[in-house]
Structures are given as C-alpha cells and as structure tokens.
Design a protein around this ligand. Structure first.
Ligand SMILES: [Zn+2]
Length: 190
C-alpha cells in the first residue's frame, strides 16, 4: 500500500476541511463562449476562474469556499477562493427567430447553419436574433491553496459528489462531506 497524496500541496485536505462549502467548477478552456467588447478573462488553471451573471450560482460562490476544478471528464485540482473581483461588461447571445430560445446549435457542415434545440421547435435558420446582454463578470482568484489532483477520477464519480448529480451547470454545489470522504480515500489507498 503506497500513500498517494491528492495534490502537490500536502495541506490540500486541510484546505478543504477549513471550508464549509464546496463547488465543482467546469473550466472553459475549450469553450466557444464569446464576450462582446474588449474581453477577456479566460480561465487560468491554478490561478483564476472566470464566469458571469448568466451562469447559475454566480452569486453563491464566495471567498473561502472550496473549489474543485474539472474539464467535464477529469478532476484537475482543488483550492479555496482567495478573492473575487467583479466588473461590468456585455456579451452577445443568439436566439431562435421562431421561438426565442437560446438553445440553438451551430452546425459545421450542414445548411442552414443553425438548428433550434428547444423542445419540439427544431427550426433551422441562417440568421439568429442577436442580442447584447449587460453582464457582471466575475474572476475568482484561487492560487494560494491550489493543488493538482493526482488520483484517479471518472466523470461519473465527480458528478456523484454534487448535491444534484444530474445538474449540467458550470458551477454546481458539491456535497462537502462526500468530497472530504472522496479525498481521504484517495490519500490513503493504492
Ligand atoms: Zn426555436
């Protein structure tokens, strides 16, 4: 039995235990999300996480909370929020011309280029309704306690740590005790 540390920072588990709340954050490294105006906060793994007021739970994430970064399939690392800065900006968003839904998909090889995914709509079109949205942008800094996760993880395991495992939100609340239990198992087994 070899002791496997959960991250480079051996105090990582203590860091998690100091918080009372934890969040799973989906990194947007490969996102196609575009901001209007002069952008851009991008995520920088190990340092900062950017999101805006269109994201669910944007107002819930707080300084001192534990955060778990993942890319949709792998757990990347863990930290605590050091500070959160806010600014105002705008963001463009496309809507279906028939039903007004924002659930539209851009197709790379078929025309018309857009297809509405909203329930039974299914409308296909080239010109979406474009709107400019005023948003609050947030950047959470978290480098002070950051540690890479070195253990094994599957997306199913990671999802199961969330309070709502079925959630598809970028910021979702984790079951804090389940997370501690998960990390303890990774620190002492293998
Ligand atoms: Zn539609």
């Amino acid at each position: 039995m070899k002791k496997v540390k959960v991250g480079l920072n051996s105090n990582l588990l203590d860091t998690v235990k100091k918080s009372t709340k934890s969040w799973l954050l989906l990194t947007k490294e490969h996102s196609t999300l575009q901001y209007g105006g002069n952008d851009g906060h991008a995520d920088e793994l190990g340092h900062s996480y950017a999101y805006d007021s269109t994201v669910a739970n944007h107002g819930q994430l707080d300084v001192g909370d534990c955060i778990v970064l993942w890319n949709g399939s792998l757990l990347l690392g863990i930290s605590r929020v050091d500070r959160i800065s806010t600014s105002f900006g705008s963001k463009s968003r496309n809507r279906c011309p028939r039903c007004g839904s924002t659930k539209i998909r851009l197709r790379k090889s078929i025309l018309p280029v857009f297809r509405c995914q909203h329930q039974s709509c299914g409308f296909e079109f080239d010109e979406p309704i474009r709107e400019n949205l005023e948003v609050t942008r947030y950047v959470a800094q978290y480098s002070e306690s950051w540690g890479y996760f070195r253990g094994e993880s599957t997306s199913r395991t990671i999802r199961s740590l969330a309070k709502s495992p079925q959630s598809i939100q970028s910021i979702r609340e984790l079951n804090h005790l389940k997370l501690i239990d998960f990390l303890e198992r990774h620190e002492s087994s293998e």
